[in-house]
Design a protein around this ligand. Structure first.
Ligand code: ADP
Ligand code: MG
Length: 472
């Protein structure tokens, strides 16, 4: 690829990730001057552009350049004032990159352009790859779905919708899939958004351009990834724009990959027409992995970090962290830090202290979660149902069944509440434990208990006792 075409290809990939006005401001009059072996030399017209690009775009430009040309490993930005000359044909005319935008506001003058850190979020973090995602039986399906999408984006599994609790690997899978698509198809344009970033983008676009132009900005994108879509709840205007963008991309066979903390139907505050679109392709849940997988994740992290820890220490961590992989990694990384900085060889005791401390101040685990060394005595929904049945002295088969007597209904609702709170299963899954009740019934029971806990001290005490019995 000649330098001019290379720069045009890079700009095409950068454009969807940079605000339109900023893009025009900073990338006008730029061009690749030459490629010196592994170094891409980028020319910019003045010092302002130099400072800005070095600070904010260096890594992203390099990232994209590497995908397009594997020989490039470095980028060097230089000021070349000759680029100010309108006839300098080393530069790429932005008109060949940017769709026509009719209502562009007056261009802000350079000092006014705000420096934002947001741009970072567009980048795929190289540490998230499908190859370093540990696969166990609980996440085999979701991992396979990601691989299928990466091998064949925009075809069968579209959209790919991944849901599950905090810290269970959704972002890892989304970004890993995006990266894998780039590896398989370096010419594709992949854009990753957090939902918050998407929201800001829409708000910004509405202020400055019209909705048509908003869509136009993403017309060239081959794969759009939006993480934590639940954050668009009740943001009607953003949902509206997303809906149109979704349809446009979907109809053009572009891949959409989304994540959320719950399944599409349970996304309160998200329009039903979006919910149903989310269900059109592949919906897959990420689960908290079993003990063996947790151990494998820890071992993998140790080899990444090039450290060896005693098997019983890894075993202790794998056994005692119950909520998220982020927490699991947090404990391990702290132990490694202690070892490196303070020369403390991690032992079960020292790691136990870390686990308790992290859990206690809620830094990495959700508030109100169990003390980790008080081992959770319930492993699955059956355990919870049996425990509640014992506690209320009713048969567990009746809790699962459809009897509508008060003595049964309250314990049943308590079961659903606890399974949701403690095990973090989705309403849908919980419904299956109770003779296939649908998710709205479960949601209703959950809300009912939650509301009652505020005013019924007997119930509060029951729930407390049950949680204590579960080791919370
Ligand atoms: P989420 O987006 O669901 O909140 P993340 O993707 O941020 O979770 O995952 C939290 C951390 O756990 C990340 O560092 C991620 O790399 C790691 N992680 C989660 N699941 C796995 C897995 N199966 N194998 C390896 N690392 C994992
Ligand atoms: Mg995430």
């Amino acid at each position: 690829m000649d330098p001019k075409e290379l720069w045009r290809q890079i700009l095409l990939r950068l454009y969807p990730t940079v605000r339109h006005d900023q893009f025009i401001t900073w990338f006008a009059d730029t061009g690749i001057l030459r490629v010196d072996g592994a170094v891409l030399v980028l020319g910019v017209p003045n010092q302002f552009a130099y400072n800005w690009l070095v600070q904010h775009y260096n890594d992203r430009i390099l990232e994209i350049a590497k995908v397009l040309d594997a020989n490039i490993t470095e980028i060097s930005i230089v000021v070349d004032s000759a680029l100010n000359n309108p006839d300098d044909n080393r530069k790429v005319p932005l008109a060949s990159v940017v769709p026509e935008i009719k209502k562009v506001r007056k261009m802000p003058n350079r000092q006014e352009v705000k420096v934002t850190a947001d741009t970072i979020s567009y980048m795929l973090n190289p540490k998230y790859m499908l190859q370093n995602y540990i696969v166990g039986k609980h996440n085999r399906l979701v991992h396979a779905a990601c691989q299928a999408v990466a091998a064949n984006p925009g075809s069968q599994w579209n959209p790919l919708f991944i849901y599950g609790g905090v810290g269970l690997g959704k972002t890892h899978l989304l970004q890993g899939t995006g990266r894998e698509i780039l590896r398989n198809f370096p010419d594709k344009i992949v854009v990753y958004f957090t939902a918050e970033r998407f929201l800001n983008e829409v708000v910004d676009a509405i202020k400055k351009y019209n909705a048509q132009d908003f869509k136009a900005r993403y017309r060239n994108v081959d794969c759009l990834i939006v993480d934590d879509i639940q954050l668009l709840a009740d943001k009607d205007r953003t949902q509206e724009e997303f809906f149109h963008l979704f349809n446009e991309l979907y109809n053009a066979n572009k891949q959409l990959i989304l994540s959320s903390d719950r399944p599409p139907k349970e996304l309160a505050g998200i329009e039903t027409r979006l919910q149903s679109r989310f269900e059109m392709g592949m919906v897959a849940e990420v689960h908290f992995p079993d003990y063996e997988t947790r151990l494998a994740i820890l071992q993998n992290k140790c080899s990444e970090q090039q450290v060896m820890l005693a098997p019983e220490v890894l075993d202790f961590i794998a056994y005692n962290v119950h909520h998220s992989i982020r927490e699991l990694e947090g404990v391990l990384l702290q132990a490694i830090a202690q070892m490196r900085l303070e020369n403390i060889t991690p032992t079960v005791k020292s790691v136990g202290t870390i686990v308790r401390r992290l859990d206690g101040n809620g830094e990495i685990s959700a508030g109100g979660r169990p003390q980790v060394d008080a081992k959770l005595s319930v492993r699955n929904a059956d355990d919870v149902i049996n425990l509640v049945a014992d506690y209320y002295r009713v048969p567990s088969s009746e809790l699962r069944g459809s009897v509508r007597k008060r003595e049964i209904m309250l314990p049943r609702q308590v079961c659903m509440y606890l399974i949701y709170e403690v095990l973090g299963h989705s309403y849908d899954t919980i419904g299956d434990y109770f003779s296939g009740r649908n998710h709205t019934t479960v949601l209703h029971s959950y809300n009912k208990i939650k509301e009652k806990l505020g005013k019924d001290s007997k119930l509060l005490q029951d729930v407390h006792s049950l949680k204590r019995e579960m080791g919370l």
